[in-house]
Structures are given as C-alpha cells and as structure tokens.
Ligand binder design. Structure first.
Ligand code: ADP
Length: 444
C-alpha cells in the first residue's frame, strides 16, 4: 500500500505504509508508563465509592499500620519507600483486606497505586506454608505480568516462603510436575490451559482472583471470554478484584459480568487545561522555514527540555537528522522501536540526558512526559478530514491544573494552515499569539 501526499513545500512524494503513523498499542503504552514511572500520580479529585451494602460503615486508612498487616509485609512496604497509602489505597485497602473478603471494581488512571494495592491484598491473604496456587492474577501480556510479578517480589521481599509463578506462553512445566508457588500471574489463554487442560492449577483453591488492566484486556480478542471462563470455575468465597485505568461502557459491562456483588471505587482523571500554557505560533513558508524558526526559538530562549511533535514518521526522521547535523542533541521516539527501546529513550529524556525529544502523535499518546517545559508542534495535529485534531492538541500541550508546571507551546504554521490554528484557538477559547522568530524578547 502506498499513497501520495504533498509535502509542506508543495512537492509530492510517494509514501510507503511505513510512513503512516503507528497504531496505538494499549498494552505497550501501559507497559511504557510502568517502566518509566517513578512515583505516584497526584490527584485533586476525591475518591468516589459505591458500596455493595450502603448501610455498612465505610472505612478509610491514613497509615499502613492501621491495616494490621503481617510484620514482614509491612517491612516490605516500607522498604519500597511507601510512607502512607495513596488516595485510592486509603479506601481500597480496607475493603480488600476486610473479613469476610469483599469484591471490588476499581478505576483510576495509571500511577495511582492500584497494582501496589492488589499485590498487598494477595500477599496478605496467601498462606506461605501451603504449596499450591492461592492467588491468581490475569494480565494482558507477558511483559505486564512480569511487571506485576516484580512488585510482588519487592513487596514480598521479607515474606520469604511466598513465591510467584508466571503462566505465560513459553513457560513450560514438565509433565508430572506440580505448581507449588502460591501466586500465579499470567495471561488468560495460558492460565486457561494450565487450569483446564493441564490441571496444574486447582481453581477451587484460589482465594484471591485479580483481573488487572481490564481496559487493555477487553481490547484483545478472546481475553474477555477466557477470563470469564476462569472466573466461573472459582469458588464463591474467592475474592474477586478488577482494575482498570479507564472506564468506558465496554469495560464497565465486562466488569459487571465478571465481578459479582462488587464495591466500586473510582478516582476521576485530572482534566487537562491550556490555562497555564503560553501558546505561540510562527508563520512559515515551508518545512525548511519551520526548521529555521525552530532553530531561532531554540537559540533565542533558555530552553529546559522540549518535545517536538511531527505528524508523520517521515517528518520526524527528517527533523531529527537536520537537528543532529546542526549539532543538537536530540533523540527520536519512533514506533519502529521496541517497547524497551522506547522506555529507555523516555527514561534518558526524563533524566535530562537529552534535551530534545522528537516524536509522532501516536507514539507519545498516553505516555506521561508532562514535566517538559516546551512543546513544539512542528506540524499541527489534524485528523483524516484535515480538520484540527483538538484532543491531540490538548494532549500534547495541556497540563493538569493544580500540579502541572507552567509551560510554553510553539506552533509552526504554514500560511495555508492558519485557519486550522484559528479553529483551535476558538475551540479552546484561549489565545495563541503570533511570534516573530527573529525577535524572542516577546517571550522572556
Ligand atoms: P497503578 O497500578 O495504578 O498504575 P502503581 O501501583 O503501579 O499504580 O503505583 C505507581 C507508582 O507509585 C509505583 O512506582 C509505585 O511503586 C508507587 N506507589 C504505589 N503506592 C504507593 C504509596 N502508597 N506510596 C508511595 N509510592 C507508591
């Protein structure tokens, strides 16, 4: 498949499929966020709770001590550097650790402490002396399962007899061997296989069942049904927990099918705003002009770190090469890279090893790089109808009101794209000022 798209300078190239932007891969994004996250995401919203039994008292905890955890588990938590429960953990942990066990559906954006919460629940309910699976956690991919397993290992560092096993493709158990590990984390297909075909896991002995990343899970063909088949074989006294970063109707419908009599906990996502962002545009004739303007801006102000967005991979590559040839230290975040490579590029950028990150839309969508001070739209985000893509514009530039730093945004605009910019300005009812790239005094 190929297409012809006019270049900014009017010339026409044939472009190959590879040039089109990358497909959003929910599991990869989720993994990336986990790999690069170092601390909790703050939230100014209140946790909303919907109790299964509204008349029962609602407990919340401000300290981990209040949870009366096993000594070794508490030690593990403190060794991870946690001082107090996160917002969502304050409400979720008492429910998850209650007697008799309660089921829970919890939704909050990634980074708010869901994984730590259910790992804690698994570790606190497991009986280390019994050598068979007692906790079962379903994850959408091998890599995500591994990440959760790492948290179990860290938090359970002092729970010496508790062990984790991965039910993932390629992890072969020799015939005649039993699974003696207490916690099993795996993908639905392999878990199903281990339970029903190979009879390695006796589901009637499972005490905690966790379905993580429900939104990513239902995005994968077959995983919802497989998960439900597993869940149906669990004993009624098994605790069932479901987590999701987002809550579209489809996730909700799935959650209600798979978790009986749930409590529900929700933490709304921070809204992005353009209020604390100064937005500028520079009128340019063609791609070279845009590049020149970019260099002027770059030379004209003391830049912290910048992210530059291009509409296509091809443009992103071109710009990377240009900037490198001019001696700038830049890195290119591109969809062709593996998740690990992308994670390491973002990590280096976060650590300040690179000052400029060049990327395309989809590559950075859902990835949290909001601490940068400068965002450049080398190309305006447009949809297939060549209308402004408002959501993407907001995603690139917007910050969350209370915690976000003030920011600067520059739009490089060809003259014929000016109407699009005006639409964006009207849409957000925020002003985007014209900038003379020869005169940077305006900004500082
Ligand atoms: P989620 O599953 O919602 O994405 P995580 O449980 O992975 O969130 O937590 C996000 C980050 O915050 C991780 O680096 C984790 O170690 C850390 N974290 C989780 N709970 C706490 C806490 N109570 N105090 C400090 N850090 C925490």
């Amino acid at each position: 498949k190929s297409a012809t798209i006019p270049n900014i300078d009017g010339s026409v190239n044939r472009i190959e499929e590879d040039d089109e932007d990358d497909v959003v891969d929910l599991a990869a994004n989720s993994l990336l966020n986990k790999l690069i996250r170092q601390s909790l995401v703050e939230s100014s919203h209140r946790v909303e709770v919907l109790q299964k039994d509204p008349s029962s008292p609602l407990y919340s905890v401000k300290t981990f001590e209040e949870l009366r955890l096993k000594e070794e588990l508490l030690k593990g938590i403190y060794a991870m550097g946690f001082n107090r429960p996160s917002k969502i953990q304050e409400m979720a942990l008492p429910m998850m650790l209650a007697h008799p066990p309660q089921n829970l559906i919890a939704q909050s954006q990634s980074g708010t402490g869901k994984t730590a919460a259910f790992v804690l629940a698994m570790l606190s309910r497991v009986n280390a002396l019994k050598l068979f699976p007692q906790c079962l956690c379903l994850a959408p991919t091998y890599e995500l399962a591994l990440q959760t397993g790492r948290v179990v290992e860290r938090m359970g560092k002092f729970c010496v007899d508790v062990q984790v096993m991965y039910a993932i493709r390629g992890n072969r158990i020799p015939r005649g061997m039993d699974v003696t590990k207490q916690i099993v984390i795996g993908t639905p297909g392999t878990v199903l296989d281990w339970c029903f075909k190979r009879k390695l896991i006796d589901l009637t002995k499972i005490r905690v069942f966790v379905l993580d990343e429900a939104d990513v899970m239902i995005d994968t063909q077959g995983f919802a049904d497989q998960s439900i088949r597993i869940q149906r074989a669990l004993p009624s006294e098994c605790q069932m927990l479901l987590f999701s970063a987002t809550f579209e109707d489809s996730v909700w419908q799935f959650a209600e099918r798979i978790i009986p009599d749930p409590n529900v906990i929700k933490l709304r996502k921070e809204e992005l705003t353009l209020n604390n962002i100064r937005q500028y545009y520079v009128l340019c004739g063609n791609r070279k002009d845009k590049y020149q303007a970019l260099c002027n801006i770059y030379g004209g102000i003391t830049i912290g770190q910048a992210i530059i967005f291009c509409q296509t991979r091809r443009n992103a590559k071109w710009l990377t090469v240009e900037m490198m040839q001019d001696g700038h230290q830049v890195s290119l975040l591109s969809g062709e890279l593996t998740v690990d490579q992308r994670a390491s590029i973002i990590q280096r950028f976060r650590d300040g090893k690179e000052k400029v990150l060049i990327t395309t839309n989809v590559c950075a969508r859902g990835i949290d790089v909001k601490q940068v001070t400068i965002v450049v739209n080398f190309d305006l985000p447009v949809n297939q109808a060549e209308e402004p893509d408002y959501e993407t514009y907001l995603h690139r530039i917007g910050r969350t009101g209370r915690f976000g730093k003030k920011g600067l945004a520059f739009n490089m605009i060809e003259v014929d794209k000016l109407p699009l910019l005006m639409k964006i300005q009207d849409h957000f009812n925020s002003s985007i000022k014209q900038l003379d790239p020869e005169d940077m005094d305006e900004i500082e």
